[in-house]
Design a protein around this ligand. Structure first.
Ligand code: 13P
Length: 251
């Protein structure tokens, strides 16, 4: 059975230790009976240890919302990929649009490499700020992929691409990407990955969608959008809305 991946990017929606503990524990109970969905929780860094402890002995993985391009050394205030790995983190989210404003393509490439070096799996976000009738957004996505993945190893590191059009993030379900547009973009991303890796490797890379996903639109995006899961923001920070998404995806 092909597994669906649901990653919850909590952003700064969850900021209290107790809330993080409760949400992670509730998810642990919920997911224990579901076999076709893998889940990742991405809390803000100070809550990583709380969430890691709460999901112990479950299939839930923990991810970091960002990672430093530096593994070690004199870099005050950064989150080292090596330190995250040693704290039990499995996934590094890289290239989220809410960070791209301050992180150049070169920095994103270095973050990917730092994550790879530290042994973290990489969830790379790509997405255009606006759609162009002439299709310029496709070349932008291709550039974001080829730049970030320029030195990505052919083997040994798990990679997931999250397509997150900036215009669809933080809106209502009705403003999310339409399934047909998503399917077209998934095919395009898959083709771009085939240029970067060999075909067999490229077909194995899961493509997720993120941007105003909730229980009301997730099923049609999953069945018609050509994606194998979701990177969920706001709706992942609350048990009710997260479970609505899970229920709509479960076998
Ligand atoms: P929303 O689900 O809140 O639109 O956020 C999407 C996102 O940015 C996930 O990384």
């Amino acid at each position: 059975m092909k597994k669906i991946l649901i990653a919850g990017n909590w952003k700064l929606y969850v900021t209290e230790v107790e809330d993080a503990k409760n949400l992670a524990s509730q998810l642990k109970r919920k997911i224990s009976k579901i076999t076709n969905i893998d889940t990742v929780l991405m809390p803000t860094a100070p809550l990583i240890s709380t969430v890691s402890a709460a999901v112990k002995k479950s299939s839930i993985a923990v991810g970091a919302q960002t990672v430093s391009p530096f593994l070690d050394g004199a870099h005050t205030g950064y989150e080292s990929a090596a330190a995250l790995k040693s704290a039990g983190v499995k996934w590094a989210l890289v290239g989220h649009s809410e960070r791209r404003a301050q992180e150049s393509e070169d920095v994103i490439q270095a973050q990917v490499q730092a994550a790879v070096k530290a042994g973290l799996s990489v969830m790379l976000c790509v997405g255009e700020a606006e759609r162009d009738p002439q299709g310029a957004h496709f070349s932008l996505i291709e550039r974001q992929l080829s730049s970030a993945l320029a030195h990505f190893p052919a083997k040994g590191t798990k990679l997931v691409i999250a397509y997150e059009p900036v215009w669809a993030i933080g809106k209502s379900a009705a403003e999310a990407c339409k399934p047909a547009d998503l399917e077209e973009m998934s095919i395009f991303i898959r083709r771009a990955l085939t240029e970067l890796f060999d075909r067999t490797a490229a077909t194995k890379i899961p493509i997720l969608y993120g941007g105003s996903v909730d229980g009301s639109n997730v099923h049609e995006l999953l069945t018609q959008g050509g994606v194998s899961g979701f990177l969920v923001g706001r709706a992942s920070a609350n048990a009710k809305s997260l479970f609505e998404i899970i229920d709509a995806c479960k076998a």
